[in-house]
Design a protein around this ligand. Structure first.
Ligand code: NAD
Ligand code: UDP
Length: 330
């Protein structure tokens, strides 16, 4: 029987970036719905550990490859999700030219593959395409405020170019391409040293280290739990009619960085205190999604409040940090 998010059974689905934080949860959900899943990933910021439990599933295949190289998949594909791209600022700035090419050449390669297979395509875009926004909250028809020469440009501008490739393919009638603009998402499977705020604060608190607040901490973000995001991505992919426009997916609850630090400190027994470090260049000051469109088109609404999602995420990090510590000792 079809699920409420429209997830059919028995589809053949390629997930590029499937070994990463979000991608691994997406692969699991698609397999749970009875689909065949091919994960394509070069393990740049993903890991086999994220896929543990999936490799033994006969419906799952792993292809280790960079999306910048030409992609050949023989099996007929119904759907392609493109999540391949490092998402944390420290990771995407480590090799900025490769990040840009991952979004441009990689998305181009995957769109060609989608055209050959007549597969529906979903691009994981980002709230970063709004840059340091002058409009608040951010609606999809806001064109954004991005510094194209700064250190975040490799990611922001790469994702903007990928969106352009998707909409050009749609207009040309070559690919049924859809675009989700994802806002800050968190949950289990984030790397310990990922560098993003939620994983940093939780790992610091669990290790009794200071929580590093960049700048004053008055900047805001909106945090979406990963299961809500995955549900939104599947709904967008499975919507019978292509919306023809990008769709924001995020939790509209807005928190300052300081508020997040205090929430983490209140939920972990820890000796940690808050310290301030310099604000990175071009760090967006405010971010909150307007999800009117996702509600109307997808019937989608985040279900997991930040307090609940943080508890689940803290529990996962606590368990996995303990395993890592034990492994280091032995
Ligand atoms: P992540 O870094 O955990 O996962 C990205 C995955 O892509 C990793 O497994 C990595 O190895 C793989 N990858 C990177 N470059 C590749 C390449 N050239 N070829 C093949 N594989 C490659 O990040 P995530 O948080 O899971 O994000 C997934 C997607 O969602 C990304 O495209 C990201 O831009 C987008 N997104 C995420 C967030 C968020 O808050 N998590 C917000 C906005 C957008
Ligand atoms: N941030 C912070 N301390 C950290 C990591 C991040 O204060 O240890 C801040 C960062 O400056 C930004 C916000 O938290 O204002 C979100 O950062 P993240 O890297 O998670 O995502 P993005 O900036 O891409 O939204």
């Amino acid at each position: 029987m079809a699920k409420r998010n429209g997830a059919g059974r028995g589809k053949v689905i390629l997930v590029a970036g499937g070994a990463g934080f979000v991608g691994s949860h997406l692969c699991s959900a698609l397999l749970r719905d009875g689909n065949r899943v091919i994960c394509l990933d070069n393990y740049l910021t993903g890991s086999p550990a994220n896929l543990s439990g999936l490799e033994t599933n006969p419906l799952f295949t792993m292809v280790e490859q960079d999306v910048c190289d030409e992609i050949e998949i023989d099996e007929p594909l119904d759907h392609i999700y493109n999540l391949a791209c490092p998402a944390s600022p420290s990771s995407y700035q480590a090799d900025p030219i490769h990040t840009m090419m991952t979004s441009v050449t990689g998305t181009g390669n995957l769109l060609k593959l989608a055209a050959r297979h007549r597969a529906t395509f979903l691009q994981a875009s980002t709230s970063e395409i709004y840059g340091d926004p002058k409009e608040h909250p951010q609606q999809e028809d806001y064109w954004g405020h991005v510094n194209c020469t700064g250190p975040r440009a490799c990611y922001d501008e790469g994702k903007r170019a990928a969106e352009a490739l998707c909409f050009d393919s749609l207009r040309a009638g070559t690919v049924d391409a859809r675009v989700a603009r994802i806002f800050n998402t968190y949950g289990p499977h984030m790397r310990f040293n990922d560098g993003r705020i939620v994983s940093n604060f939780i790992v610091q608190a669990l290790n009794n280290e200071p929580l590093t607040v960049y700048g004053s901490g008055e900047q805001t973000r909106s945090f979406c739990y990963v299961s809500d995001l995955v549900d939104g991505l599947i709904r967008l992919m499975n919507r019978r009619q292509n919306p023809g426009v990008p769709v924001n997916l995020g939790n509209p609850g807005e928190f300052t960085v300081i508020e997040l630090a205090e929430l983490v400190l209140s939920r972990v027994r820890t000796a940690s205190v808050i310290v301030h470090e310099p604000l990175p260049p071009d760090d967006p000051q405010r971010r909150r999604p307007d999800i009117t469109r996702a509600r109307a088109l997808l019937g989608w609404e985040p279900q997991v409040p930040l307090q609940e999602g943080l508890l689940r995420t803290i529990a996962w990090f606590r368990q996995n940090l303990a395993v890592e510590r034990a492994a280091r000792r032995s």
